[in-house]
Design a protein. Structure first.
Length: 266
């Protein structure tokens, strides 16, 4: 029996040429029109102002999405950008990423340009993505309806059930399934969203409140990678469809010590 087709739906919006918002997921045919409406409304109502260009791509997937678990989610009570950076440094260096690379990532995310995709950095901080201006955009990821309900319930208990966190967790979970990726640093480019995160396969998805000051309109993502073919990694990030079908624990505020002692079992 042939399986029901699934579709990758992706939205990117811009205003005067600058990035405003993006969203994406993997859906069935009967969901398409509702999702297009939801994504369009999201692009038109945004803190950065209404988009003047909205691009929506709907593509039938040729490959059956790979099913994976989400990363476990935690929040650190970081009080300011300095504390968030210190926590990021301690966690990321504990998996073999150098301090220099972490420093380089923070500096690059603070230059005032938001790239369309993520930076790829080796553990010494050397950039490896072929297009240094665009970076690598992670696409073709989603979540099953059952897992989405479970995630909404788990995040809801923490007062965190919003699309920004859900989409970032889905993206990070796809990225960290690939063995070459050791860690990630993310700072939102939304001027009103001051919580960022780091992720590693060992520690999970760790939210870092107050990683930037309110009003800063740039940010981005850096993936720290080790040995392997960069072109295979890029192919996985951009092309391989992945859906989250199982949700790992989502916990409230934990200490840095607890994070460093805890090992996520994936
Ligand atoms: C983004 O895609 O804008 C980054 C979102 C970061 C979410 C951090 C969190 O609150 O978990």
């Amino acid at each position: 029996m042939s399986r029901r087709p699934q579709y990758s739906i992706r939205m990117r919006s811009a205003k005067s040429g600058g990035h405003v918002s993006g969203a994406e997921g993997i859906y069935e045919k009967h969901d398409i029109s509702a999702i297009v409406k939801e994504y369009t409304e999201r692009a038109l109502i945004h803190d950065k102002g209404a988009a003047d260009e909205i691009r929506i791509t709907i593509e039938e997937l040729r490959e059956k999405p790979k099913k994976i678990s989400s990363l476990p989610l935690y929040t650190l009570n970081t009080k300011n950008a300095g504390a968030a950076k210190k926590a990021a440094r301690e966690i990321l260096t504990s998996v073999g990423i150098t301090e220099r690379a972490v420093e380089e990532a923070f500096t690059s995310l603070d230059v005032g340009i938001t790239m369309r995709g993520a930076m790829l950095m080796n553990i010494e901080g050397v950039r490896l993505e072929p297009d240094l201006l665009r970076g690598v955009r992670v696409t073709r990821m989603g979540i099953t309806k059952k897992a989405a309900a479970d995630l909404a319930r788990k995040l809801g208990r923490l007062g965190l059930n919003n699309s920004t966190i859900k989409e970032a967790l889905i993206l990070a979970s796809k990225v960290h399934k690939y063995r070459m990726v050791l860690g990630e640093l993310c700072i939102s480019d939304d001027p009103n969203y001051t919580t960022g995160y780091i992720a590693t396969r060992t520690h999970g998805y760790i939210r870092l409140p107050r990683i930037k000051k309110r009003g800063v309109p740039f940010g981005g993502r850096a993936f720290f990678i080790t040995g392997g073919e960069v072109k295979d990694l890029i192919k996985y990030l951009q092309i391989t469809p992945v859906v989250i079908s199982n949700i790992k624990p989502c916990e409230g505020v934990v200490t840095l010590k607890e994070i460093l002692q805890r090992r996520a079992h994936r």
